[in-house]
Design a protein around this ligand. Structure first.
Ligand code: SF4
Length: 447
């Protein structure tokens, strides 16, 4: 078998795309290797969300250029968002690259690799292709948990974002196709799926007849043997009462909701073209907590968006205090070429972004720790996924509300089991606990 080395930058969608590419190429006799020096084919899956991510890719391509000078037979390919956006720049700055292809061409990766080998010249494939459901996965992929793409693309056009350009318009896979994929995964041992889409809660409106994520939850919930359903990423604009009710009522849907806010300032939200105000966002949070009081909430925030004043930033801090998120991902605004925000006046100096980033992280960490501390003494349901990272003598898993729990259970429970654990210690990034026999009083547990 030939050897494939994959280097992945960026988001969960990219990790998932890399898995799919490895699975597709496995069918063409490529096996994965961790060692790039052994590889016959190296694919770099790229992210264009931040400038730093792009710099890393060009630096990596420089290193791979040296490898290729020693071993000219090695093929190097670039896929993902940068491939879609910057193919000309990639060709100019990294002429050693043999293959550049965007996400819509993933289904044809094996043909593209063969074409580049056959023709001995760079192959560039970055147009829009037909929507193809790819279910191939590498042999090494986790069997216990899996990502399942339910839709591709996004039509929101937030002014800072390149996704609508790199991934194209919204296109949903039919519910029957998704349910069939989940059934196959469960037959191979999967217990938890994460339904993925850039705006996953816009799922289904492009289908004939139209459907929605709530209906998809019901279809996936019916798959026997599956324990948990997660989904990401939602957009507040598309969050409906019907979806909130489904999160409450569909038993396998976990009590965990990632709802990007981006900014607490209405002026900034308008310039971002997000389609909601901070008051509307709070209404949604209140509705989620009314429906599922114990729900775990996480969000994405951007600091230093063009024109962000100290008052705008204070409004974001106030939202963090008000919502009390369980987890927050803070990003410093980074202009992406070709997006409207990149040309906006009032670009914020790096040192101001850094200072706001630090203040926001401090506030979000404090709030998250206070939320975690509430778990002390509670009994939580944990899906066991392996040995604890820092202590191989302990087991580790996640609660339905997505917290890591480490506990002593070796020999008594196995990977893939759902067990009940009483929380005895709250640490900054995890919980510790003791295995208990009874699920009495379990919070965050199957309903
Ligand atoms: S909704 Fe998300 S993916 Fe779509 S444009 Fe906005 S930030 Fe980008």
């Amino acid at each position: 078998m030939a050897k494939l080395h994959l280097i992945t930058y960026g988001c969960q969608m990219n990790e998932y795309d890399s898995e799919r590419v490895a699975g597709l190429l496995r069918e063409h006799r490529y096996e994965l290797t961790e060692n790039e020096a052994d590889a016959d084919l190296i694919l770099v899956n790229t992210c264009a969300i931040r400038e730093k991510a792009e710099d890393k890719v060009f630096s990596k391509l420089g290193e791979l250029g040296k490898l290729k000078r020693r071993r000219p037979e090695v093929m190097v390919g670039v896929m993902g968002c940068m491939a879609q956006l910057h193919k000309a720049e990639i060709q100019r700055r990294a002429p050693q690259v043999d293959l550049v292809f965007g996400s819509p061409a993933i289904a044809r990766v094996a043909d593209l690799v063969a074409q580049a080998r056959r023709e001995g010249r760079p192959v560039l494939e970055t147009g829009e292709g037909p929507l193809v459901k790819i279910t191939a996965r590498p042999a090494s992929a986790s069997r216990l948990k899996a990502f399942v793409t339910v839709m591709e693309g996004c039509e929101k056009h937030c002014t800072f974002c390149v996704v609508p350009t790199t991934r194209g318009r919204e296109r949903s896979h039919p519910p029957a196709t998704i349910a069939a994929e989940v059934r196959e995964l469960v037959a191979e041992g999967c217990r938890e799926v994460t339904l993925l889409g850039q705006t996953v809660n816009a799922y289904g409106r492009d289908l004939t007849p139209p459907t929605d994520l709530a209906a998809l939850f019901a279809a996936v919930n019916d798959v026997e043997g599956l324990a948990r359903i997660r989904f990401t990423t939602s957009n507040p604009y598309n969050l409906t009462p019907r979806l909130i009710a489904a999160v409450r009522d569909v038993p396998k849907v976990c009590e965990w909701f990632h709802l990007p806010l981006q900014s607490g300032s209405d002026d900034v939200l308008a310039r971002m073209n997000r389609g909601y105000t901070h008051a509307r966002y709070l209404e949604l949070i209140d509705a989620l907590r009314d429906a599922v009081p114990d729900i775990s909430l996480s969000t994405d925030l951007i600091v230093g968006f063009p024109g962000e004043t100290e008052d705008d930033f204070a409004a974001t801090l106030a939202m963090v205090e008000r919502v009390q998120y369980d987890n927050v991902f803070v990003f410093r605004y980074s202009p992406r070429p070709g997006t409207p925000a990149a040309a906006m006046p009032g670009q914020i100096p790096a040192e101001v972004k850094a200072a706001r980033n630090a203040r926001l992280l401090e506030a979000t960490t404090r709030a998250a720790h206070a939320r975690s501390a509430r778990r002390l003494g509670e009994t939580v349901e944990v899906l066991v996924d392996g040995a604890a990272k820092k202590n191989a003598g302990e087991l580790s898993g996640r609660t339905r509300c997505n917290r890591i729990v480490n506990f002593d259970g070796q020999g008594r429970v196995a990977v893939g089991d759902s067990v009940h654990v009483r929380v005895t210690e709250v640490l900054p990034h995890s919980l510790r606990g003791m295995l208990v026999a009874s699920p009495e009083e379990a919070v965050c547990s199957s309903r």
